[in-house]
Design a protein around this ligand. Structure first.
Ligand SMILES: Cc1cc2nc3c(=O)[nH]c(=O)nc-3n(C[C@H](O)[C@H](O)[C@H](O)COP(=O)(O)OP(=O)(O)OC[C@H]3O[C@@H](n4cnc5c(N)ncnc54)[C@H](O)[C@@H]3O)c2cc1C
Length: 94
């Protein structure tokens, strides 16, 4: 679990979990970006992830430029559905 500088500033996550230019660089097999705009300073720390899934309600969000799969929708609806499908052992139909 990690997040953006905004998430740190809002107090949602500790500073050591910030990904990006002034945070950590990460390169996981799968990076699921939920409600992340994809500012260049954030992308700098995660764009080399093996696969990137982005969930954002704004179809023009820059995160979709680096995402392998993009889901346009409200994360409060999409993410619970993804978790439910994973728990059932279903593969995501992307
Ligand atoms: C010098 C400098 C260094 C910086 N270093 C970093 C850094 O290391 N890391 C970093 O992350 N940022 C860094 N930033 C900040 C960066 O420019 C952005 O401001 C930040 O990454 C934006 O974070 P965000 O995507 O969480 O927020 P926002 O830009 O506010 O984006 C929120 C996104 O969530 C989407 N959204 C909102 N509600 C929902 C919903 N219900 N369902 C789906 N989507 C939703 C919106 O459409 C939007 O795209 C730096 C900036 C500067 C100037």
């Amino acid at each position: 679990m990690a997040g953006t500088r905004v998430a740190v500033e809002e107090g949602w996550i500790p500073a050591e979990l910030q990904v990006g230019q002034t945070g950590q660089s990460v390169r996981p097999e799968l990076y699921v970006a939920c409600g992340i705009s994809g500012a260049i300073q954030h992308r700098a720390g995660m764009m080399n992830s093996r696969y990137i899934i982005a969930v954002n309600k704004d179809p023009r969000a820059p995160i979709f430029q680096v995402a392998d799969w993009g889901i346009v929708g409200d994360l409060h609806e999409v993410v619970p559905e993804m978790i439910q499908q994973f728990k059932k052992g279903n593969r995501l139909a992307l």
